[in-house]
Design a protein around this ligand. Structure first.
Ligand SMILES: C[S@@+](CC[C@H](N)C(=O)[O-])C[C@H]1O[C@@H](n2cnc3c(N)ncnc32)[C@H](O)[C@@H]1O
Length: 253
């Protein structure tokens, strides 16, 4: 399962503007010196080459390797209902769909090209075809802060590198709360994200999540260096027990 070279889709790059800036910082000084510019410009490319390389590796390979391991660890039965929040072109969507041949996977996105190159619903649908999982996949255009989905629907909710793109703390909280709302009792939520991911854990704990963890995904998902690591936030919604459906509708753990 973990062999990313078997993947047939085309998944673009995350945050293409950042990659362009880092790559441009390597190439532009070399071009300027070649055109007769000052030689001190040659000091810039070596400084930016490693961050640019790490970023490129994270987006075209590292992210896929980390998710393959995370999805393997979920030990899915194969008939689950799964939701991918901010699925983009479907890197995680199609990887998880391969693991649930008798299940269904829903991808939700607003398809922002600033967040992923070539991002649109057709690209995600095309990748589902290439990975031979199109029959299991539903794509929904919606904002993850307000999901057009009922409560307690999904066995697993995943989200990769998406929630941080919501600029306000309140918006990110809404997205995390929505992810938890649509999770079935006993279901598992797994988020990989940068910057604010520890805060997601607080939100989930406040919502009643159990078996939570927050771990560092390591150098394979460094977005230019250790100063932008990816955190993996995992949580479960407590399983429903007979009698939990009490008068005020609250869930007992
Ligand atoms: C960096 S891309 C990651 C895509 C995919 N999860 C992956 O790992 O390849 C972030 C995705 O989040 C989506 N996104 C950003 N804000 C969103 C929102 N408020 N609701 C739904 N999707 C959103 C973007 O359109 C983009 O597809």
């Amino acid at each position: 399962m973990s062999n990313t070279s078997l993947r047939r889709g085309r998944y673009g790059v995350d945050g293409p503007g950042w990659l362009l800036a880092l790559g441009g910082g390597v190439v532009a000084p070399l071009a300027a010196v070649a055109a007769g510019g000052p030689r001190w410009l040659l000091r810039i490319p070596p400084v930016l080459a490693v961050p640019a390389g790490l970023y490129l590796h994270a987006t075209v390979r590292g992210k896929f390797l980390v998710w393959e391991e995370q999805l393997d660890a979920l030990d899915l039965r194969g008939d689950e209902r799964i939701l991918d929040l901010g699925c983009g072109r479907g890197a995680v969507l199609t990887a998880v769909a391969r693991r649930v041949p008798k299940g269904r996977v829903t991808g939700v996105d607003i398809w922002r090209t600033v967040d992923q190159s070539g991002n649109n619903q057709q690209a995600a649908a095309g990748n589902a075809e290439r990975e031979q999982v199109a029959d299991q996949v539903d794509l929904v255009t919606a904002d993850m802060r307000q999901l057009p989905l009922g409560d307690d629907q999904f066995d697993v909710v995943v989200s990769s590198m998406a929630i941080h793109n919501i600029t306000s703390a309140r918006g990110r909280e809404e997205a995390v709360r929505e992810a938890y709302r649509v999770l079935k009792p006993g279901g598992r939520l797994l988020i990989a994200d940068i910057f604010h991911a520890r805060r997601y854990l607080d939100i989930l704990l406040a919502a009643g999540a159990v078996n939570t963890s927050c771990t560092d995904a390591g150098p394979r998902m460094w977005w230019s260096g250790p100063w932008i690591p990816t955190l993996l936030v995992s949580a479960e919604k407590p399983a429903a027990h007979p009698g939990d459906d009490d008068r005020d509708g609250t869930q007992q753990s």
